[in-house]
Design a protein around this ligand. Sequence first.
Ligand SMILES: [Cu+2]
Length: 311
Amino acid sequence: MKQNRMLGIALAGLMAMSMLSFQAEAKTVKITLHAQEVDLPIDNKGTMYRSWTFDGKVPGPLVRVTEGDTVEFTLINDKANKNSHSMDFHAASLDVVTDFGSIKPGEDKKFTFTANYPGVFFYHCGSDPMIQHIARGMFGTIIVDPKDASAMPKADREYVLIQSELYPNPDAKEEMMQNKWSNVMFNGGIFKYDPVHDPAATRWLQAKPGERVRIYFVNAGPNEFSSFHPIAGIWDKVYASGNPKNVQHGLQSFTVGPGDAATFDLVSPVEGANAIVTHSLKGALTGAIAVLMYSNDADPKMGRGEQILVR
Ligand SMILES: [Cu+2]
């Protein structure tokens, strides 16, 4: 009897310890991004486009924190720029005027927020005209991992995909207002991960059969909805806004509107490929297709570390 009680106390202690180990310690994360106006390739041939960016890249750097973390953010609008810029994090609850307001070239601004909701969120420049600042490339992803690491099944590989439209003339705001885009892209490139539709493509997503592949998907727009679908696959789980509480099962497609995001889990039982698209087909057939290749000798670096957002 006494032994049983001792065993019970020991087990309870072990359980409490293991629960503690799941809960990440809240920390303060300093993030600094530079608004930069630069020329960048928008296809696999290297066609250049006058882009507006965070840190000279489209999409901007992947920001990743844990639920409960405090983010101390600094935006620097580089002196060489011609335009005002700003930052709007969808993971933040702040004041749109003082915190998300524009700053001129040569200025900087800081704001601080706590990432209270786990998930995947859009960030973007909100300076006037916002449609142009987003269309020219000022967007990115912030992942807020749940503080309870067991809230979602463990992913074997992770990828970030951001959908956006390409407007042929970056200066023509009116054409953006009239929705006259020529292409839809993932991660700022036409058929960037699709060697089937563009033989010049040198990159694609990789995984092994049976692995859980987690795709953090953001729709930057600025105008088009996405009907996000894995051709020859089914989403095992979809989490609206990436929140573990918003889980849905066995979906073929899931609509992600402009300025929205969701997390998608995919598990393939076979070798071969899925083609990840927006099933709004003018978008897919002008550039928004990403090949996810499943093979038993998949590159172990893909979908991990730096290769979560494949440049
Ligand atoms: Cu901007």
